[in-house]
Design a binder for this molecule. Structure first.
Ligand SMILES: [Zn+2]
Length: 365
């Protein structure tokens, strides 16, 4: 297999530098560092402290008043896995702001027991859930192809995760979607994204068609019929319909910690009874057995793993110091995800030698 030039492919700086405030390096795609060597995610956290959140809440109320349903119809879609973040968004929209959300779940590649329990608890706490569960064999082939091409078995999953809630919104005639935080701002993108509140349909279409071309996958041997859940017929329906996606994190002061406590109290969310491999946390992205491989491949491509992302975030939120974060990264960041390795190989349908061949092709260092 030909080795992929990761720095070139992702436009990474030659010299590796670490943020002086958190633990992230400049090898995270799209992150920027300023003259004081502070990363854009840390700067966004400074900026967040200056935001008038009361005013943002008023802005949210004005938006909701425009869409609120006064009959039995749903008035917004919340893409939801049953995890703490989406549970917080859906519950607050319903109980604090009197909305009638329809929650839409894109099923993980392979459910963990705790992930399934949390979804059921969320459902029990008073939410209608529509689940998209594409055919397993296609999901697996797509994951395999994405792993070989991009070093990320999750790429296929992401198509559905982004597009399926839009499809359902269009089918139900719902014009408003609430996603969680604006990841580009929270985890380190350009400062242009800091005040971004929504992804209007026009922009959504542009991103979708340019970055995630259907043709690419058709050339890899998939048929349109097989990909209907990933590139559903609703693509045609996009033409005249309007359905805007808003970031809930623009309106409300987003915190993973607070969302965890909120969801534990209100929607029966439970953390795992053990930490996730490759990090020290027990409550983030715990619903998919294959998830640790997405993070492990990021580690070998960019040199930072899941622990770095988690610890950087907690330094910014003020829960741990930079020194504590560095110790955690040394301890957990490069841990190989053994727990579901065999299941991963079976799921992707490769043997161990093929796995290491792919890893070698993607490895940056
Ligand atoms: Zn930083």
């Amino acid at each position: 297999m030909d080795k992929i030039d990761i720095p070139k492919k992702y436009n990474l700086p030659n010299e590796v530098k670490f943020c002086k405030r958190c633990v992230i390096s400049n090898q995270r795609p799209r992150i920027t560092f300023d003259a004081e060597q502070i990363c854009s995610a840390c700067r966004y956290f400074d900026y967040k402290k200056t935001i008038d959140w009361k005013k943002r809440e008023e802005e949210l109320k004005t938006l909701l008043d425009k869409y609120r349903s006064n009959n039995e119809n749903y008035d917004c879609v919340v893409p939801s896995s049953g995890g703490k973040d989406s549970a917080y968004v859906a519950h607050e929209l319903k109980h604090k702001f009197g909305m009638n959300p329809l929650t839409v779940t894109w099923s993980p590649l392979k459910y963990t027991d705790i992930g399934w329990d949390n979804l059921v608890n969320f459902n029990d706490s008073g939410f209608d859930v529509i689940m998209g569960m594409p055919q397993g064999d296609i999901k697996r082939r797509l994951s395999k192809q994405a792993l070989i091409e991009m070093g990320d078995p999750f790429q296929g999953f992401i198509y559905g995760q982004v597009l399926f809630p839009v499809t359902i919104a269009l089918k139900f005639g719902i014009k408003l979607i609430f996603r969680g935080e604006n990841a580009e701002a929270e985890y380190g993108g350009s400062s242009k994204s800091w005040n971004k509140k929504s992804l209007p349909m026009e922009e959504f279409k542009k991103i979708w068609f340019s970055n995630y071309s259907l043709d690419f996958w058709l050339k890899k041997g998939f048929t349109k019929k097989e990909l209907r859940f990933f590139y559903p017929p609703a693509m045609e329906e996009f033409k005249d319909k309007k359905c805007d996606s808003y970031f809930y994190g623009y309106f409300r002061n987003w915190s993973n910690h607070s969302n965890f406590y909120y969801a534990s109290k209100n929607t029966g969310f439970k953390p795992n009874n053990r930490r996730t491999e490759g990090t020290y946390t027990k409550y983030s992205s715990i619903d998919d057995k294959m998830d640790t491989f997405h993070h492990w491949f990021a580690l070998i491509k960019f040199g930072h793993g899941r622990c770095t992302s988690n610890a950087a975030r907690e330094v910014r939120e003020g829960y741990i110091t930079r020194e504590e974060a560095i110790a955690l990264v040394h301890k957990y960041d490069t841990e190989f995800p053994k727990l579901y390795f065999k299941e991963f190989l079976e799921f992707i349908d490769i043997n161990e030698d093929e796995f290491w061949d792919i890893a070698e092709k993607m490895e940056k260092f």
